[in-house]
Ligand binder design. Sequence first.
Ligand SMILES: [Zn+2]
Length: 255
Amino acid sequence: MTSFIKNAIFITSLLATSTAFAADPHWTYDEEWDNLSNATNPTKATDFPYAECGLGQKQSPIDLGSVKAVTSTNALKPAYKNEALTVVNNGHSIKVNVPATTKSVLSIGSEQYTLLQYHIHAPSEHVIGGKTYAAEIHFVHGTPDGKLAVVAVLVDAPVTAKANVEFQNLLNVAPKNTTDAPALTANPAKILPNTSKFYLYSGSLTTPPCTEGVNWYVLQKPIQITPAQLTTFETLYSGNARAAQALNGRQVLAK
Ligand SMILES: [Zn+2]
């Protein structure tokens, strides 16, 4: 195994949390997580094995309501392939795993990140001036030396929406239990909206172990799904979103 593949597998396992490592302490959104996600009252943070979730100063998600406009930031250039993916239910979300051999990459300036996986939160984790979206999809990317970049896609579910075909293809195979791993052949780029405008900041994984140093790119243009598609997802996961965390002096850029 190359060190890159080992690293990619490690990162994927890290993000898969409790089902990947039997030794990982169990966590749920309803139990410990409510304490960890409450930035003003992190009373149980130090009791919990994932201390960075409570003690970290650059945590995600955040409210993107206050931003500084910039023009010089590097553009996002996703180049994803149509390929055989694997859909899993990891106990916290529906997650689509990309094969370690993938050529799906995201270029940002001279940096090239490989697509590792994408998964869904409902409602959204990032909020904009207090506004929560119906859902949020996270496309997680990594470099061989361990840098992480997450592209977040906000999801609206207005009554006027047309059925989202790509989202439906994913819903059609999304497993109810954590032991199934159906295949899905898709090009993840088809879920993405226009990527030219985005918010940029430095944050963390939004699930334990809440590791910091993650570059976040939250796309400004949301995608749409129908209310029925949202309801279908919510029969699998609803409320799997961490609350907005304190900025602690961080600057959010908007391009
Ligand atoms: Zn996520």
